[in-house]
Design a protein around this ligand. Structure first.
Ligand SMILES: *[C@@H]1O[C@H](CO)[C@@H](O)[C@H](O)[C@H]1NC(C)=O
Ligand SMILES: *[C@@H]1O[C@H](CO)[C@@H](O)[C@H](O)[C@H]1NC(C)=O
Ligand SMILES: *[C@@H]1O[C@H](CO)[C@@H](O)[C@H](O)[C@H]1NC(C)=O
Ligand SMILES: *[C@@H]1O[C@H](CO)[C@@H](O)[C@H](O)[C@H]1NC(C)=O
Ligand SMILES: *[C@@H]1O[C@H](CO)[C@@H](O)[C@H](O)[C@H]1NC(C)=O
Ligand SMILES: *[C@@H]1O[C@H](CO)[C@@H](O)[C@H](O)[C@H]1NC(C)=O
Ligand SMILES: *[C@@H]1O[C@H](CO)[C@@H](O)[C@H](O)[C@H]1NC(C)=O
Length: 272
């Protein structure tokens, strides 16, 4: 399987999909064309390329799991085909063995020029762009080194063309524990430069940009990362934790109020 992964990494590199030839490629042991790789895009951004060659795909997903590697707690990067081979992405969180709902804060975007599904050949490629640290409590940080991931898909008809479409239960999943997707040094979010450097001109520039990042260079992003403890300019502190539990509580109630609809749709649990 490692040999297949290496061959695929080589193929992707030759196709120009991988910016750094050293980036690790993770593939599903039971679905060898289903692979993920990551590349740094500077300023705290990372792009994750997810590929599979398979016909009749409904949706595909990469789960960035928490330490226990169970479905509950998994941050889900999901994609499916829209009209004419375009790709829709959806940032979701699994909080139970139930249909993962979309996060209120959608912190992934598709790199449209590199994302497509050819239903005839089955060639599905999606590039997810996100921050390593999105600052959303419903997202899991993307960290360098060993972590737990899930590669998941469903066969059949794609969901509707909105990020918040109802989705049906997966038909395939592989969980990869203690594996490395980010095997390079993540770039630093300009907002999160250490306080010790805060007096330098470049830092004040970065702080200004972080307050109002140019959408042209951030692909429409306006969200900033929460700085790791002990870093970040004093003028732009991380959001108070108290703002997050409220979001979680309201989300839980949304989850439970949605359960009736989910059951009525016959969706049921998503990962056994
Ligand atoms: C696994 O950990 C996550 C995050 O801490 C938690 O939300 C989830 O409930 C845990 N899973 C199980 C099955 O307990
Ligand atoms: C899909 O492509 C066809 C033919 O080019 C075009 O007429 C149609 O508007 C496209 N649909 C969408 C949703 O872009
Ligand atoms: C989709 O794949 C088929 C079969 O490989 C190929 O003939 C076709 O040109 C592809 N379509 C696009 C838009 O690339
Ligand atoms: C699959 O699609 C990607 C993205 O459009 C493209 O770069 C790649 O060449 C395609 N591969 C094949 C075998 O068609
Ligand atoms: C596509 O997948 C669905 C769900 O597994 C299955 O019912 C259907 O027969 C499949 N269609 C084709 C053309 O393979
Ligand atoms: C997709 O489904 C969601 C949830 O039912 C709905 O809010 C949305 O309008 C639908 N979008 C489309 C394009 O049908
Ligand atoms: C994870 O993998 C590393 C090296 O591959 C190994 O040293 C470590 O013991 C593993 N940790 C767990 C929890 O399996």
């Amino acid at each position: 399987m490692a040999r297949i992964a290496r061959l695929l990494a080589l193929a992707l590199a030759l196709a120009g999909l991988v910016a750094t030839s050293t980036a690790a490629t993770l593939c599903a042991p039971n679905e060898p064309t289903f692979c993920a790789t990551a590349a740094d895009r500077s300023n705290g951004f990372v792009e994750i390329t997810l590929t599979i060659v398979k016909q009749n795909i409904s949706w595909i997903a990469l789960g960035v799991m928490s330490d226990n590697a169970t479905m509950p707690g998994t941050d889900i990067h999901m994609a499916w085909a829209g009209a004419n081979g375009t790709v829709i992405v959806s940032d979701r969180k699994a909080v139970a063995y139930q249909m993962p709902l979309p996060d209120a804060s959608q912190d992934i975007t598709a790199v449209a020029s590199s994302s497509s599904y050819n239903a005839t050949s089955g060639n599905f490629t999606v590039v997810f762009r996100r921050l390593y640290l999105t600052g959303d409590a419903l997202d899991n940080d993307l960290k360098r080194g060993a972590n737990n991931f899930a590669l998941v898909y469903r066969l059949g008809t794609p969901p509707n063309a909105s990020f918040d479409a109802p989705i049906m239960k997966h038909s395939f999943h592989d969980v990869l524990t203690n594996v490395t997707l980010v095997d390079f040094a993540p770039s630093v979010d300009p907002v999160c430069v250490p306080l010790a450097a805060a007096a330098t001109p470049s830092t004040s520039t970065a702080t200004t940009r972080a307050a109002a990042p140019p959408s042209s260079s951030y692909g429409g992003y306006r969200k900033r990362a929460v700085c790791p403890p002990g870093t970040g300019p004093a003028s732009a502190p991380a959001p108070a934790p108290s703002s997050k539990p409220g979001a979680s509580v309201s989300r839980v109630s949304v989850v439970w109020s949605a359960l009736t609809a989910v059951v009525a749709l016959g969706v049921g649990s998503v990962l056994a």
